[in-house]
Design a protein around this ligand. Structure first.
Ligand code: ISE
Length: 336
């Protein structure tokens, strides 16, 4: 592989542009050299501003000699198409979560990699690179507080765009917890349930908000995840792991306390871009390094598939109002 990884990025929306920025200005060893997006005029402008080549056709860009690795930051519906094009071109690909639009699409990607016999795909579950979650992992993995018994999580956004609807709370938002908790505990889930508390006046007609997802693991750890995506007051991510000898919680981001107007206050984040910038930097730097060493060392397509197996069970549970069993298959040899 060349000294500088030449990346082609499909999808020049907000997260795509922020990845171009971080790779081309802060990270080492790679450059986004080409971009493509179905919003061609906008993507052309991005290409011009960032000194990249513009491709009208994303698949053509992926196949071209101009690029030797791919980032997919399109809307979820197009993830599968461009991940598949990357696998077919034999190029490493980083795809934002979820791996595919639905579970069937995630399975097709997984099968394509298994047929190739080589891992090429990494899924953008950036929380695994967050310093707070890494501290929780150290405690859980090394049993510093005994065995975990329960986990309480909150995933609160101040607000969401108009198109955001009820299923997205599970499939787009709580999928982060599905992945990071499976990674944290090192075990699979066996059941899912989703319940609706009283609906807030801030949620649109097509959105039931808040929602609570309950998960149970193979060893019996009980987890509750609250998604409250029109919480107004800020972006607030919490996770408390209750173990036999004590509890450990995700630290709040470091904000200096302010004393003013007869109050002592600490600012909160207002968006995920503000809450996880270091995690995104670390995630992509490690992806660049591993890609140049001809390997994948982050969340794989198997992890992406596993997360979607969990969220699709949770969606069934939500729609049927029942507890749904999660049937995780054996880890394929390529991923074990
Ligand atoms: C969004 O797509 C993300 O990935 C954010 O991390 C998450 O907090 C948000 O709820 C999602 O909608």
């Amino acid at each position: 592989m060349d000294n500088i990884l030449r990346i082609g990025l499909v999808g020049t929306g907000m997260i795509g542009r922020s990845h171009i920025e971080r790779i081309n200005t802060r990270l080492q060893g790679a450059k986004v050299v080409a971009v493509s997006d179905s919003a061609a005029e906008f993507a052309k402008k991005v290409a011009q501003e960032r000194g990249c080549e513009f491709f009208a056709d994303g698949e053509e860009m992926i196949a071209s000699d101009s690029v030797n690795a791919v980032i997919v930051t399109t809307i979820d519906e197009y993830h599968e198409q461009y991940v598949m094009a990357s696998i077919n071109a034999g190029k490493y690909v980083f795809v934002e979560k979820p791996l595919a639009f639905d579970l069937a699409g995630a399975k097709r990607i997984l099968d394509a990699e298994i047929a190739l016999g080589k891992k090429l795909v990494q899924v953008g579950f950036m929380r695994r690179y967050d310093k707070g979650y890494l501290q929780l992992k150290d405690y859980v993995e090394n049993k510093k507080l005994g065995e975990p018994l329960m986990i309480h999580c909150c995933h609160r956004n101040p607000d969401v765009p108009d198109y955001y609807d009820t299923p997205m709370a599970v499939e787009n938002t709580m999928i982060h917890e599905a992945d990071v908790l499976r990674w944290l505990l090192g075990e699979n889930f066996v059941s899912a349930e989703v319940v609706f508390p009283r609906k807030t006046k801030h949620a649109s007609e097509k959105l039931q908000d808040p929602q609570i997802m309950y998960l149970t693991t193979e060893s019996g750890v009980r987890i509750d995840v609250e998604a409250w995506v029109t919480a107004q007051y800020g972006y607030d991510i919490r996770c408390e792991v209750c173990c036999e000898d004590g509890t450990i919680s995700l630290p709040d981001p470091n904000h200096a306390p302010i004393r003013a107007n007869a109050a002592n206050s600490t600012p909160l984040c207002t968006s995920w871009t503000q809450r996880f910038p270091e995690a995104y930097d670390t995630e992509l730097q490690m992806w660049i390094n591993a890609t140049k060493e001809d390997r994948v060392d982050g969340p794989t397509s198997w992890d992406g598939y596993a997360a979607q197996l969990i969220t699709s069970a949770a969606s069934k549970a939500r729609d049927s109002g029942t507890v749904v069993e999660i049937k995780m298959e054996e880890t394929p040899p390529l991923f074990s």
